[in-house]
Write a protein that binds this ligand. Structure first.
Ligand code: GDP
Ligand code: MG
Length: 194
């Protein structure tokens, strides 16, 4: 079994950007608006990194209702399935109440957490992340998902002590992709699941 890393955090911190950088895909939708990722999205790390499964999730927001509540349930399922949690925060915004909220949720899971200080390009990693010590997850790992910097160090830390075997990767990663398309409710997802 490959290790599983869940990318978790409030909306807009760069979870989907990091997912794309780690998987070498553009599978996860990235935009400057919250709530774009609604369910969980799975991918394999690209060959530059040790093999593992990364899971992109929707943003966790306090007092969620309706769709946001369903998104939160999806995110917490990803947390349950994961070996380790990458908890993303935005160094440009600093530590917000929404980050505190996410911290309280994932602390309850009891899973090992790596705090990831994203958007740190052009900043001194040590000072940029200092605001986030108050979250209680130790030293933040400074990265820039958009510039793909700091990712090797992040993955080394995230996978430390976990067994990663290339032979556990499916051998069809680079083969032909097929899109399943149709109007809503014709059975696309059922077909894929089967
Ligand atoms: P998500 O909601 O957590 O999945 O965040 P997204 O990946 O959709 O990114 C939200 C916004 O932050 C987008 O406009 C991204 O381009 C931007 N972003 C993501 N990573 C970085 C980064 O490392 N540096 C900067 N400056 N912006 C970033
Ligand atoms: Mg997203």
């Amino acid at each position: 079994m490959l290790p599983v890393l869940a990318l978790v955090g409030r909306p807009n911190v760069g979870k989907s950007t990091l997912f794309n950088a780690l998987t070498g895909t553009r599978d996860a939708l990235v935009a400057d608006l919250p709530g774009l990722t609604r369910d969980r999205k799975y991918g394999y790390t690209r060959a530059d990194f040790a093999p593992c499964i990364v899971v992109d999730t929707g943003g966790l927001v306090p007092s969620a209702d309706g769709v946001e509540r369903l998104m939160a349930q999806q995110s917490l399922r990803a947390v349950d399935e994961a070996d380790r949690i990458l908890f993303l925060v935005d160094v440009r915004e600093g530590c917000t109440p929404a980050d505190q909220f996410v911290a309280s949720l994932i602390r309850r899971s009891g899973k090992p957490v790596i705090l990831v200080a994203n958007k740190a390009e052009g900043l001194d990693g040590d000072t940029a992340g200092a605001d986030f010590h108050q979250l209680g997850f130790g030293e933040p790992q400074a990265i820039s998902a958009a510039h793909a910097s700091g990712l090797t160090g992040l993955m080394e830390r995230a996978l430390e002590g976990l067994e990663t075997k290339v032979s556990d990767l499916p051998d069809n990663r680079d083969r032909i992709s097929v899109a399943v398309i149709g109007r809503p409710n014709v059975g696309k997802s059922t077909l894929i699941n089967r």
